[in-house]
Ligand binder design. Structure first.
Ligand code: IPE
Ligand code: IPE
Ligand code: MG
Length: 242
């Protein structure tokens, strides 16, 4: 089956999972897995731009990932800085704009500055919005929105009666992103792991058994083709859709 270029998901989110198991399988340590995961990230970004996907959101580091061994955390942080440096030219060539979601305050200074710099340099690009979720948790996103909103209620900027889905949305890190159309998770795990809770309310879920470093263009095509063969009813009946 071929991709239908008239029905490309507007927003794809990816839980890039399985780096550690990929490495273990070939007798290497987990860090080697993360290093090889980087190549799959590049392939995914370039192919997404080529397919005219408007929004690609990648889960790079969760609020729970701080519980991993220190050495692994620092390797992931170093790789993030390296990728940003290496991929800046790819982002400029492909007209890709970088955004971040998550609480950046807790990140090492060099990661923060590298992120800010790349966001700034790519801010005029408008073909694909690439959002990196770092120190991101869906629950933290929602509780942070509560904090911001309640502060406004306290200061009489917003009346509690006015609070609706749009207002809540506008206080999330993900406020500028459309709802996710297709959520991909690799490595065979079938869970959300606290990713984008609000924006995946009506996402189509796609689970691949491929371990992240092996994820390539063909894997992305397979996910999109699966998405295109689903009927998205949004609460309506099948007859209403046709
Ligand atoms: C995903 O791969 C990458 C991050 C969470 C940063 P894992 O490191 O979770 O790999 P597995 O799940 O242990 O194989
Ligand atoms: C989710 O993967 C986080 C990222 C891909 C960054 P994990 O490997 O941390 O998720 P769990 O712990 O298996 O649920
Ligand atoms: Mg994992």
């Amino acid at each position: 089956m071929e991709i239908d270029h008239k029905n490309i998901p507007k927003h794809i989110a990816v839980i890039m999972d399985g780096n550690g198991r990929w490495a273990k399988k070939i007798g290497k340590n987990r860090l080697f897995g993360h290093q090889n995961g980087v190549k799959a990230v590049r392939k995914l970004i370039e192919e997404s731009a080529r397919l005219n996907i408007s929004y690609l959101t990648l889960f790079a580091f969760s609020t729970e990932n701080w519980d991993r061994p220190k050495k692994e955390i620092s390797t992931i942080m170093k790789l993030i800085v390296l990728v940003l440096k290496k991929e800046l030219s790819t982002m400029m060539e492909n007209n890709i704009k970088l955004e971040t979601i998550g609480d950046l305050k807790k990140l090492p200074e060099n990661v923060k500055s590298s992120l800010k710099e790349t966001v700034n340099k790519t801010k005029k690009n408008n073909r694909l919005t690439l959002t990196i979720a770092i120190n991101y948790g869906g629950k933290e996103d929602i509780s942070n929105a509560f904090k911001l909103l309640l502060e406004k209620v306290k200061n009489n900027i917003i009346s509690p009666k006015k609070i609706d889905e749009l207002i809540i949305n506008n206080h999330l890190y993900t406020r500028n992103l459309p709802d996710v159309d297709l959520l991909i998770r690799t490595s065979g795990e079938q869970r959300i792991s606290n990713f984008l809770l609000w924006k995946i309310a009506y996402a189509e879920l796609y689970f691949s058994n491929v371990l992240w470093p092996d994820f390539n263009e063909k894997c992305l095509h397979d996910a999109i083709i699966s998405y295109q063969n689903r009927e998205r009813r949004f609460g309506k009946t099948s007859e209403q859709i046709k």
